[in-house]
Ligand binder design. Structure first.
Ligand code: C2E
Ligand code: CA
Ligand code: CA
Length: 614
């Protein structure tokens, strides 16, 4: 009879009985060796049975012989109760003629053990750890000879070598497993990384080759405001945010789904067994709800949201890479649609992405080829109707598309970072143009110059230096420059914006808050910013002659501005009635088609020659 049982560890026993894996890999090979050694011991000592009882995590027993007692197969607790298990773990040999008269300190009748003679020697590893004991046992009392003990010692040494070897193999396996785990997981969140995600995706794609009806979906997630948190609260907080997001994402998912971190603030999810793309909508909503709850970052409460793109595996020919890119494109659409949204991929998005890529290439080339130019729109003193200044407005003379307006390329220039060199060019070109008018027209030249700054420019540490360099190079008087910054640029990071404005003001330039009323800003922060003027957005100004509410709002803004000592510019003045109302309300400046649209520099020169007053 050859059997093996856990020794005296009920947990291991339960695990073994329920088919769980043993706690270490005492695989068939090792078990067979240990049983062979037990058999040799029994045979050489003419004993009815022998066992190797292991300690440690395994607590298993390997034995051979007809005389194996009942506990060996059924109730390992007997050994524990008998107190014998203690001595099996000890460093000394255990040589007993009759265990029943020895009295091992038993709480239970030794008869339960169903044997009398026992000769055991410890198994001690090369590093001194006790591994267990090799015991020969006999149902009858028995005198053991020195030769018996010597044989047992030799066999114990052999068993120890086997176990030692196995132990080292196990360690190597664990190390290898750990290495593979690290290569395939993200160190920060512990989630699968891009490599593992792609591997799983490949597996799912292969499955759809075999079972075309068993579809899956890929979700591409990108946090909406991660950069702000990282920049304002710090990298540790950023890391903590990512970990919290990872845990919440895991909680949203079913067992078989895979959540991975692709890098930065990008995550991906693989949803198995999806029948149609709309099935994923509730899951995307669940994710968004889970992430909507505030996250505490060591005292700071931050809110985060996520943009999600979803792509469904549709045909068997699709590649993992293609699917992930499709989900990415859908995510991009969600982000552009206003964040905290999700979008399903449709094949048209590939065409759109291509168009964008083409446009991006065109944009880069346009800067080299000098295809950009500036138009100028007069800013008029509301009370006199004289030109007080101009605002420089960017245009792109596209070789095929003609004159392209900023709305069609500034956002892309922002995303690609191209707005930075472009913005630098705008600043010096505009300063140069005003000086040219100055030389040509003397006092007839516009006094002030408005230049728009993009969000990206405002988050650049270098901005102040760039502005001062442009001023120096063109010898432009800083007091005549008005930098126009939108509310949204300020709201991206109000604290940083306040610092920036202060440094800009130190150069002597004026700062105007552009598009006022359209952002999320509260009026309350206005007084904390070192502003010179606010530009009231066109959407309000254009309605004051038709809607009492708009009139009321503009009046409120004007009162507020006056109380804060700020000048006011009304944008988009289009009718004489609007102008009249603005004059009555005490607005300082106006700009709009009523006076003039933005003009090419040559047209502007002609206009200025006429010294207009509207
Ligand atoms: P903005 O700064 O609010 O500029 C005013 C926009 O309103 C201009 O559009 C101008 O043509 C338009 N506008 C002026 N008066 C009227 C009017 O009476 N009615 C109507 N319907 N529109 C009027 P434009 O030139 O297309 O510029 C759009 C936006 O592009 C600008 O809005 C500004 O945010 C951005 N932009 C323009 N040039 C630059 C630039 O050099 N750098 C950056 N970063 N952004 C720029
Ligand atoms: Ca502006
Ligand atoms: Ca504006």
């Amino acid at each position: 009879m050859i059997t093996s049982r856990p020794l005296h560890d009920p947990a291991a026993q339960i695990q073994a009985e329920h088919g769980g894996e043993p706690t270490s890999s005492l695989d068939g090979g090792l078990a067979a060796s240990l049983e062979r050694i037990a058999r040799l011991a029994a045979t050489l000592l003419h004993a009815p049975a022998a066992v190797i009882a292991l300690l440690g995590d395994d607590r298993r027993c390997f034995g051979w012989g007809d005389g194996l007692p009942d506990w060996y197969a059924h109730d390992v607790g007997v050994l524990v109760r008998s107190g014998l298990s203690e001595r099996i773990g000890g460093p000394q040999p255990l040589i007993l003629e009759d265990i029943r008269s020895d009295g091992v300190g038993a709480a239970s009748p030794p008869s339960e053990l169903a044997f009398a003679g026992v000769a055991g020697v410890p198994l001690i590893a090369s590093d001194g750890r006790r591994l267990g004991m090799l015991c020969a046992i006999d149902p009858c009392p028995r005198q053991w000879s020195d030769a018996d003990v010597a044989v047992l010692n030799d066999l114990a040494a052999t068993a120890t070598i086997e176990l030692d070897l196995r132990c080292r193999l196990d360690e190597r396996m664990v190390a290898e497993r750990e290495l593979r785990h690290n290569a395939m997981h993200d160190a920060l969140t512990g989630l699968p990384n891009r490599a593992l995600f792609m591997e799983q995706l490949e597996r799912s794609v292969n499955r759809t080759h075999r079972r075309p009806d068993d579809l899956f979906a890929v979700l591409f997630l990108d946090l909406d405001n991660f950069k702000i948190v990282n920049d304002s609260v710090g990298h540790h907080a950023g890391d903590a945010l990512l970990v919290t997001v990872a845990r919440r994402l895991e909680q949203c998912m079913r067992g078989g789904d895979i959540v991975a971190r692709l890098g930065g603030d990008e995550f991906a999810i693989l949803l198995e067994h999806v029948s149609q793309i709309s099935d994923t909508a509730p899951i995307a909503e669940r994710i968004q709800r889970a992430l909507a709850a505030p996250i505490d970052l060591g005292g700071y409460q931050v809110f985060t949201s996520v943009s999600i793109g979803v792509a469904l595996s549709t045909s068997a020919s699709e590649l993992p890479d293609y699917l992930l890119r499709s989900a990415d494109m859908a995510m991009y659409r969600a982000k552009r649609g206003g964040r905290a949204r999700f979008e399903f991929f449709d094949p048209g998005m590939h065409a759109e992405a291509l168009r964008r890529l083409q446009m991006e290439t065109d944009l880069r080339r346009a800067l080299e080829r000098g295809e950009f130019c500036l138009y100028y729109q007069p800013i008029v003193a509301i009370d006199t109707g004289h030109v007080a200044g101009v605002e420089a407005l960017l245009r792109w003379r596209h070789p095929e598309r003609g004159l392209v307006l900023p709305a069609d390329f500034v956002p892309l220039a922002e995303e690609t970072g191209l707005i930075l060199p472009l913005g630098t060019w705008v600043l010096s070109e505009a300063c140069r143009q005003i000086d040219a008018w100055r030389s040509e027209l003397g006092d007839g030249a516009p006094l002030t110059l408005g230049v728009n700054l993009s969000v990206k420019q405002c988050t650049q540490r270098d901005l102040v230096r760039q502005v001062s360099r442009a001023l120096e190079e063109t010898a432009f008087d800083p007091a005549r420059l008005r930098l126009e910054i939108t509310e949204s640029a300020i709201m991206e990071n109000p604290e940083l914006a306040a610092q920036l404005l202060t440094s800009l003001k130190a150069l002597g330039v004026h700062v105007h808050l552009d598009d006022f009323g359209t952002g999320y800003s509260s009026l309350s922060y206005l007084h904390r910013l070192p502003l010179d003027a606010i530009k009231i957005d066109r959407s309000f100004v254009s309605r004051i002659d038709a809607e009492p509410q708009a009139l009321h709002l503009v009046r409120t803004i004007l009162t507020l501005a006056r109380n804060l000592g700020l000048e006011t510019v009304a944008e988009g003045v289009a009718t004489a009635e609007q102008w009249r109302q603005l004059r009555e309300l005490g607005c300082t400046y106006g700009q709009g088609f009523l006076f003039s649209p933005p003009l090419h520099p040559n047209e502007m020169t002609m206009l200025l020659h006429t010294a207009p007053a509207w």
